[in-house]
Design a protein around this ligand. Sequence first.
Ligand code: ATP
Ligand code: ZN
Length: 306
Amino acid sequence: MFDSQTGGHVGVADDPDVAGRPLATGVPGVYLFPGSFETIIGLLRQGIAAMAADEPVRRLHIPPVISRRVIEHAGYVKTFPHLLGTVHSYTGDSCGWQALAELVDEGGDWHAQQRISDLVLLPAACYPVYETLTDQALDGPRKFAVEGNCFRQEATSEIGRLRSFRMVELVTAATADYCLQWRAHWLERVSGWLRSLGLHVDVEVADDPFFGPGKKLFQAAQRMQELKLELRVPVADGVVQAVASANYHKDHFGETFRFSCDGEVGNTSCMAFGLERIALALINAHGPDSGSWPDGVLAALGGGHD
Ligand code: ATP
Ligand code: ZN
């Protein structure tokens, strides 16, 4: 793989002979996924859906872009400006474009007049959900199951750290007590599920990669309140990464989007799954051919040998 900070190639996943693994492209952190890898992604979707079968979830497929206003409003821009991908486009006239067009072939500054649009790239799958609850008074928990293609302008591109990756999330909006219990329940359930997939799981209190002078303070506060818990598993030889996280946002989104539940400001929790990372972990443990995985593993993915 390519390291965007050093400009050097590191790691193994770009070897086209390594069957079933993501193929590197000319840009760091962006991969092409072979059919056998996609089969594993499909099994993961199925396994997660089977786990959530007894929850009355609203299923939503999330597009890879989201309203810039929502992301500004939700606080993402202030806390993670370094990760956010913005969408720009040319808004000048065709005369103005003539001169700029000539710069394209030279690799010149043709984009000097691109302007930011009303969209940004989706940084996490759950963000659009909270906006759908704007100004609502919920009379009980509201649950969602979402999947989206997320983008993060990661500074490095070691194995498992992609810039474009898929995230499935189970999300609930409810009271504080309910959200905390729901998260604890899902943390336990997903840890057990990952173990049944033959993976070694560590649960750890974690923090988000905040930016700027407030970074240390935000991270310490997040850890002290145990708002983010990560499930970490080996994804390659000697590499352990978070493949899922269980998050409690308190009333942050309820305040922002003015929704309530049972008379109190709405609280939210989400259980997020990184599909590519779980797939890499499974390949690392059982090989790239999912057809030859142990029956117990396939059963936990909602399938199995006939
Ligand atoms: P990390 O600490 O590894 O940067 P994160 O804490 O920022 O991850 P979350 O925001 O909790 O991640 O995202 C939910 C899940 O999405 C993570 O547990 C992980 O499995 C996956 N994920 C996050 N960032 C990436 C990435 N750059 N490439 C691949 N998967 C990712
Ligand atoms: Zn989330």
